[in-house]
Design a protein around this ligand. Sequence first.
Ligand SMILES: *[C@@H]1O[C@H](CO)[C@@H](O)[C@H](O)[C@H]1NC(C)=O
Ligand SMILES: *[C@@H]1O[C@H](CO)[C@@H](O)[C@H](O)[C@H]1NC(C)=O
Ligand SMILES: *[C@@H]1O[C@H](CO)[C@@H](O)[C@H](O)[C@H]1NC(C)=O
Ligand SMILES: *[C@@H]1O[C@H](CO)[C@@H](O)[C@H](O)[C@H]1NC(C)=O
Ligand SMILES: *[C@@H]1O[C@H](CO)[C@@H](O)[C@H](O)[C@H]1NC(C)=O
Length: 654
Amino acid sequence: MLLSLQRLVIAAVAAAITVTASPLVPYEQKPLVGELQRPESSDVSEAASRKLTGKFLHITDRFYVPGSLTDEEACHHGRGNAGYLGAPGSECDSPELLIDQTFEWINKNLRDKVDFVIWTGDSARHDNDERIPRTENQIEEFNKAIADKFIEVFSHRSAHPDETLIIPIIPNIGNNDIMPHNIFEKGPNRWTEKLSHLWEAFIPEEQRHTFVEGGYFHTEVIPNKLAVFSLNTLYFFDSNQAVDGCAQKSEPGYHQMEWLRVQLQILRERGMKAILMGHVPPARSADKQAWDESCWQKYTLWLKQYRDVVVGGLYGHMNIDHFMFQDSKDVDMDSLMNEERMAPFVTENNYENFTIESKGSYLSSLRDLWADLPTPPASVLEGDWSISDSDDDLDAAGKKKKKKSDKKKEKEKKKKFFKKIGGKYAERFSLSLVSPSVVPNYYPSLRVIEYDITGMEEVPTWADVQHNKAGKKDGQWVDREIEIQKKSKKSLIPDPPSKKAPPGPAYSRQPLTLLNIAQYYANITKEEKIKGEDAVEDGSSSKGLRVNYELEYHTQEDDIYQLHDLTVRSIYNLATRIGVGDTTSSLSTETENDHTDVDEINANEVEESSKTGNNKKNNTTKKKKNYKKNKTWKAFAERAFVGYLAYEEIEDKL
Ligand SMILES: *[C@@H]1O[C@H](CO)[C@@H](O)[C@H](O)[C@H]1NC(C)=O
Ligand SMILES: *[C@@H]1O[C@H](CO)[C@@H](O)[C@H](O)[C@H]1NC(C)=O
Ligand SMILES: *[C@@H]1O[C@H](CO)[C@@H](O)[C@H](O)[C@H]1NC(C)=O
Ligand SMILES: *[C@@H]1O[C@H](CO)[C@@H](O)[C@H](O)[C@H]1NC(C)=O
Ligand SMILES: *[C@@H]1O[C@H](CO)[C@@H](O)[C@H](O)[C@H]1NC(C)=O
């Protein structure tokens, strides 16, 4: 009864508006709620008159730090806690100030420039200060305080009775948002219930039940085009003693994976795309395994099968800026089919101590993984992924004629290489991007991610749908969900993309492809230095302290990363440059292994020459080229720590 009424309302809405031709024509597009028209801007609120900007904010981790309010000693425990807490000559500042100012900065600089906010968890402080144990109430309060901040910044200026938020905000449960930390029982439990209230403004009404059951949900951030999935990674998390992976039907991780596949299948059928996000990333290297192996295995397989749907994965938790691949070659189909628990990939996790050493060693383990990846031939590294003959001809016409045999050789190399990486879109891999945190071990940071909205400039937004109150599930999709669920009970492996489906947005540039990360940081050491003296004089350390975020790097414009976009194959190139060292255009795999000593010597010389001024400059051109061989790795390592440490300071910890 309720359903059919809903359908009626939707049909009425759909009939009353003109159907706009979408330039995005996925192979089987079936909109959920019918095409919506953007409302006339005169009578509607601010939010409903906004268009997409092609940017979203990713913010994560640790809005509170232990002991910082009361315990001066705790504020001064060394460099690991950054200048903000340990600034020489000043008292410990309340991190509340940092939070307030971060939100103020977002309000001023980002509020009107982003389409949605991805917030990957850990609002409450860490549970690692025994002198000030956390209480359940505290954690709830922290979570509420942060949720309120988001609502405050991203709601209407003039109170509007029907709508609160101007854009969707997608929260996620962090391992410190619960108590005891890391322990999260099968739902429904008191935390999924508490959080479903605290996050009422963020979780779509029709998803609330799902959230209370499992702590996960999704939001259509661009109606009928893009959904963001907030995964409950605590059910995948290796350190959660209350659950046991994703292999067995009794486990909540298993059910979450089933939910994910059903939803991704529905999105495929609707011609939609998905961004997956969560707190704990699927880290898996010789040094660190964050997820239970069976969860990692399923996730990697799902991403392979839904490679036409998933735009990318965004995570937090680890506090260092980096990325990781999920390699579908590592999927063990036999174990998956047997639905048995799986032995961990690594037995010793070295990461949990939060030291620079453990992080450095983890970064090195990633580098080792990337060094072992098939090395792209020179032309691919330069960004030429094509192997068609016509392209070769064009090339020959435009540039100096290469010898025919060279061209042929290069083509063979490319073909071989593509075969190893799952074709010219590198579809063997999927990608997870990990953002560093707000309240830092290093500098506070956040990132703005740009994505392609070509052809979507005028599409109805999330706010339009809120305004029209039409975002309910259509009955046909409810029925379809049940069908897919039934089918997935028989087949353990999700269907791959249709043969006629083009590569997804993670693999080839198209609408919704992630394009760029603008990584911001606040140099609080600098701010404290500026204000420090005044503060000491008037006896208050925090008065007038400003937290100002500035650009750390921008992946598209960056000379070092040189990323045209964030497709898997672009990042693949970056990873191999980090792994085996930079080369100039004359990259050749064969000579990669014998440059070590030369590099070291030259690096010192170059540093010296830059110290002593210009007089040696003319002589060092060649040496600089060699120095550049590790340039990308160095940048990557420094950026992992948000530029807080110079490479020289981390070098021996890597
Ligand atoms: C963390 O550090 C302590 C002391 O430095 C050490 O005993 C412990 O084994 C470390 N834990 C891990 C997981 O590395
Ligand atoms: C931050 O500010 C301090 C003090 O002014 C300065 O020494 C340091 O180089 C700055 N770091 C970055 C990454 O901007
Ligand atoms: C470059 O990286 C290699 C490891 O691949 C290392 O042995 C060498 O010392 C590095 N060179 C410089 C100049 O950092
Ligand atoms: C370096 O080269 C510039 C021209 O490129 C020249 O003017 C300058 O004198 C040279 N310096 C040295 C130290 O050779
Ligand atoms: C350039 O390098 C050579 C050999 O390394 C050295 O003899 C010469 O003095 C250098 N020239 C300058 C201008 O530094």
